[in-house]
Design a protein. Structure first.
Ligand code: HSE
Length: 326
């Protein structure tokens, strides 16, 4: 019998940048992946959900790989794992699916062995893999995070999202890899554009902390990445220019895209108008897309350790039933 327990994790999706805060700001969203992990005689995977099609089911699997990094860091050896995952987070759409897998896999492995690694350590390890702290920080800590990565260590502050804030995302059916969306960015920018973004990122961070929803629209303007990425997402330019005229507080490309994300006042009166505008604009540009209302997720990754003899088969799927969004 294994000396380690079975761990179970629920990890949120995330949006990065929030417009001007490129590689800096992130926010957790109410879309989730669930993972169960335990020691096993052979490595086996049970992957559920449409988003899992095509995910590797051998030791090249990202969850397996990050689990082994955690074990190595903690000085334990568990070469064979049983990994179960259900995810409702769309892949390669700018909603942080890879960050959720990294954070979820690390949290599950850490919980299995009694949580010897701190969340701060997991944040450094996860950021080293992702290369930027915005998505992984949001999935780890929940809420809104502002973070700095020096190549080895990530510093961050977590901000409680304003209570009246809701999010509407429009998710195009096509995939856009982060590598491609980073490849179109310029290597140098002007001081004017740098000041434009520094000032708005600072204002947006302070506005979020102070609950000043009225400042979001002007603070979410960006000159660092969105103008260069707009040609990759048909309809994006129009959405960025006009969504606030249809009731959005602000709008940004979600992470590296192609999803676009509107900040919306929860009790606002123009929510239907905005949703229609997003759908029609995508249609006009010939892009199949779906919309989805989400909330900022205030908790980050949640993990628990379960004694193996307390579990019954099938309870993983029972657990997520009724919790799914999409
Ligand atoms: N900050 C990153 C980017 C997020 O915009 O490229 C995507 O992973």
């Amino acid at each position: 019998m294994s000396m380690y327990g079975r761990s179970r994790v629920k990890v949120p999706a995330s949006t990065a940048n929030l417009g001007p805060g490129f590689d800096t700001l992130g926010m957790a969203l109410s879309l989730y992946a669930w993972i169960e992990m335990e020691e096993s005689a052979d490595t086996v995977f049970h992957l559920y959900g449409d988003e899992m099609a095509g995910v590797a089911t051998d030791k090249s699997n990202l969850l397996y790989q990050v689990a082994q990094m955690v074990f190595a860091e903690a000085g334990v050896e568990i070469p064979e794992l049983s990994i179960t995952m259900y995810s409702e987070i769309p892949l390669t759409r700018g909603l942080g699916s890879s960050a959720s897998a990294i954070v979820g896999g690390m949290a599950a492995a850490n919980a299995m062995i009694g949580s010897p690694l701190s969340l701060a350590k997991l944040f450094d390890m996860a950021t080293a893999l992702e290369k930027h702290p915005d998505n992984v920080g949001a999935s780890l800590f929940g809420g809104i995070i502002t973070a700095v990565w020096d190549g080895e260590h990530a510093d961050y502050i977590r901000i409680e999202p304003p209570r009246d804030l809701e999010v509407l995302v429009v998710i195009p059916q096509f995939e856009l890899s982060t590598t491609k969306a980073r490849g179109v960015l310029p290597l140098e920018i002007t001081v004017g554009d740098a000041v434009h973004n520094i000032s708005r990122t600072s204002l947006l961070t302070a506005a979020m902390a102070a609950g000043r929803l009225d400042l979001i629209g002007r603070a979410m303007q960006d000159r660092l990445h969105q103008p260069y990425r707009a040609p990759l997402v048909p309809g994006m330019e129009k959405l960025l220019a006009e969504a606030t005229g249809h009731g959005a507080l602000g709008i940004a490309l979600s992470g590296a895209g192609p999803t676009l994300l509107c900040m919306v006042e929860r009790n606002g009166s123009r929510k239907e108008e905005l949703e229609l505008f997003l759908k029609q604009t995508m249609e006009e540009h010939g892009i199949p897309a779906r919309t989805c209302w989400l909330l900022p997720c205030t908790s980050g990754v949640v993990s628990e350790l379960i004694e193996t003899n307390q579990m019954q088969n099938g309870s993983f799927l029972d657990m997520i039933k009724g919790e799914k969004q999409l």
